[in-house]
Design a protein around this ligand. Structure first.
Ligand code: OOG
Ligand code: MG
Length: 262
């Protein structure tokens, strides 16, 4: 850590304000060029604490930058995690006003709900699979608070991994009944296929993303609690959306999930 607790608090307020007031800010590494990874996650956890203090509930966790398509798109090469608050949740097929957001993009993701705590370090795919209750399909709406989604890894970690909204749909399936690596997804925007892929795009296996989450959380003495909802990361690159767009992600074996932007 290079930053003082009071500076962490100021930067958390700065970034959370940008989210709540729906406006872009400069990368925080431009303000604090010497900040390190621990500072970046400390700012994210301070944003989380601000929300909890205000009465928002934390309803899940997410991994980001877990696919090569996403790493290439964003020019970074390490997966990261973030948290999901209750008000990020949008019902399947519901409308979302783009005026509530800065410059949204959508991602098709395989999500898990866990039935046992998962604690790193040393978590592997088999540990993660044993902790999963079921898989469920999701769309994530990301909305970086940084201009043009241009950021470095520390800035995006502090900004809660661009988390903004998410939609869960389809049906719950036991992981024993799925081949998570070949599980296909087709992402349609306004009736046209704009991206497609399979589960193996996510770190070779979506459960590897859950295992990595537990290992990253262990750096702060945290774990993935039983009953967690965890999004494992976009399978393809993220697709920008504007008012009027309707997006549907169709997943093999898991059904579909959709959202309408107004
Ligand atoms: C960071 C968040 C990436 C994913 O699924 O890869 C992410 C970003 O690209 O803004 O949520
Ligand atoms: Mg995502």
């Amino acid at each position: 850590m290079t930053l003082s607790p009071s500076r962490i608090g100021e930067l958390a307020e700065h970034l959370e304000r940008a989210e709540l007031e729906c406006r872009e800010v400069v990368k925080i590494t431009a303000l604090e060029p010497d900040m390190d990874w621990a500072d970046a996650y400390a700012i994210q956890w301070a944003i989380r604490a601000r929300k909890v203090a205000r009465g928002d509930r934390i309803v899940g966790l997410k991994m980001g930058l877990t696919s090569h398509a996403k790493m290439r798109q964003m020019g970074v090469e390490t997966p990261i995690y973030g948290f999901l608050a209750d008000y990020f949740s949008v019902a399947d097929s519901a409308e979302l006003k783009v005026s509530e957001l800065i410059h949204p993009k959508i991602e098709a993701e395989i999500a898990f709900v866990t039935k046992a705590p998962l604690r790193g370090p040393g978590c592997s795919i088999s540990h993660a699979l044993a902790a999963i209750d079921f898989a469920v399909p999701a769309i994530e709406v990301i909305d970086s608070r940084y201009e043009n989604f241009r950021f470095d890894l520390k800035s995006v970690i502090a900004d809660n991994a661009s988390s903004s909204r998410f939609v869960v749909g389809g049906r719950n399936r036991a992981v024993e009944d799925l081949d998570l690596r070949t599980l296909g997804v087709v992402l349609d925007k306004n009736g046209e296929t704009v991206a497609l892929g399979a589960g193996a795009a996510v770190l070779g296996h979506p459960a590897a993303s859950l295992a990595m989450l537990a290992n990253l959380l262990a750096d702060r003495g945290e774990e993935v609690p039983a009953g967690s909802f965890v999004m494992t990361g976009g399978i393809t690159e993220a697709i920008p959306v504007v008012a009027g767009d309707v997006v549907t992600a169709r997943f093999q074996d898991l059904g579909q999930v959709s959202i309408r932007f107004t």
